[in-house]
Design a protein around this ligand. Structure first.
Ligand SMILES: Nc1ncnc2c1ncn2[C@@H]1O[C@H](COP(=O)(O)OP(=O)(O)OP(=O)(O)O)[C@@H](O)[C@H]1O
Ligand SMILES: [Mg+2]
Length: 390
């Protein structure tokens, strides 16, 4: 799944409108049409203005200097590789090494010849929707972070017109593969909570620990990569934005992100806030609980958008059990389910100021992840059960 502007983007899905019976969403749809034209103009201006800066930025990356502009960061730790090293690591990008493809380009597994380290190498598709800006942002953002829930950027290659990013290899692939992939093996409740809690910690680092703080902008299940024992890490900072500083409450930007995860306020106004990420996190958490995709065009029109499907169910406790992934086969704690759904519901509220801050999400999910569910000890829930104890 690639990234694209939430409205007016290059990919097919972006032309589909979020489906809902909700009047507010209908208003959002008509507003988006107007917004589309404005955004497209902004994109052109922004792209041409930044093209010059980016050429300079890439040159500076190769000499490990600071970059000015909206991605200014501490010194970059990532190593600069030659293209020949990339070719050797992937046996000339052999199809056997192919891991997947997103909006940035193809990803290959590689082995660095000097160290024997396994890596994932992402090759920028020069015709793709994402570009040098994303490359620079990724190197600047990831190169300066060090957190157990963020994928490490080992290095990059910016030789000639080649642009490649070299990450630590995540052996269990993406959460998206595990939830929706063809060979999915159902994740148990404890693993799901562990993944949600780890993803929240990664986001907390970006929002609250980085200086300057960073808005992630592209939180989604395909960007949660899994290590040994399903240890989760956030990847892909190509859309990340340095957050608002001083008295500012938002950053104005063209609307980017992935359809289905994009906060409605951000989609309508282009004003990016930390609460935009919290909305996306709520969608992700719903996806983890329900096993449903954020957007699923194979479902009936009413049920295609996960949040629109969940909203009426949130209102009725008796219907909570309908939201659990059937793949869990009733193996989940009732109280844990209530609490997880409550967090998700708070995160996806229409009004951004009502959404929690990431530190509160981390506290709640860390607690949930610490409450280990044991199907041998705890009762298995009946699917057809009509009501739950208060
Ligand atoms: N560090 C990594 N380790 C292992 N596999 C990876 C790694 N990075 C990416 N992949 C694999 O490559 C696939 C494509 O990743 P990529 O980030 O390019 O696309 P995406 O996440 O689907 O979309 P987007 O471009 O919007 O991020 C992922 O689904 C994942 O399976
Ligand atoms: Mg990705």
């Amino acid at each position: 799944m690639g990234c694209f502007p939430c409205f007016g983007g290059s990919k097919k899905q972006s032309n589909k409108k979020i489906n809902s019976n909700n009047q507010q969403d209908d208003q959002a749809d008509s507003a988006s049409d107007t917004l589309k034209a404005t955004l497209n103009d902004n994109v052109k201006n922004e792209e041409s203005k930044k093209a010059v800066d980016q050429t300079v930025a890439v040159q500076q990356l190769n000499t490990n200097k600071k970059v000015d502009g909206d991605v200014e960061m501490e010194s970059v730790k990532a190593t600069s590789f030659t293209f020949e090293q990339m070719v050797k690591a992937t046996e000339n990008f052999k199809p056997d090494h192919f891991l997947g493809e997103g909006g940035f380009g193809k990803v290959f597994k590689g082995i660095l010849k000097d160290t024997g380290q396994s890596v994932a190498i992402k090759q920028l598709d020069r015709n793709g929707g994402q570009g040098i800006r994303e490359f620079v942002v990724e190197v600047m953002t990831l190169g300066s972070v060090d957190h157990p829930n963020l994928v490490k950027l080992i290095g990059f290659c910016a030789e000639g017109d080649q642009r490649l990013l070299v990450y630590e290899f995540m052996p269990l692939g993406s959460l998206d593969d595990h939830l929706h992939g063809p060979r999915r093996q159902p994740l148990d409740w404890n693993t799901r909570m562990k993944i949600a809690s780890g993803a929240a910690r990664g986001l907390e680092y970006l929002h609250d620990k980085m200086n300057p703080p960073v808005i992630y902008r592209d939180l989604k299940s395909s960007n949660i990569l899994l290590g040994e024992e399903y240890h989760p890490k956030l990847s892909d900072f190509g859309l990340a934005k340095v957050g608002p500083t001083g008295d500012d409450t938002h950053v104005s930007t063209r609307v980017m992100g992935t359809y289905g995860y994009c906060a409605p306020d951000y989609a309508m106004t282009g004003q990016l806030t930390f609460k935009s990420d919290i909305y996306s996190f709520g969608v992700l958490l719903l996806e983890i609980i329900t096993g449903r995709k954020a957007i699923d065009f194979t479902k009936s029109t009413r049920d295609q958008n996960l949040v629109a499907w969940a909203r009426p169910l949130f209102k009725d406790r008796k219907k909570f059990y309908q939201m659990v992934d059937p793949a869990l086969q009733g193996h989940y704690p009732v109280r844990g389910l209530y609490q997880a759904l409550a967090i998700a519901a708070m995160c996806v509220q229409e009004e951004p100021s009502m959404r929690p801050v990431v530190a509160d999400v981390v506290t709640a999910l860390s607690y949930l992840a610490s409450q280990t569910y044991d199907p041998q000890v705890h009762p298995v829930q009946n699917f057809r059960r009509q009501s739950y104890p208060e």
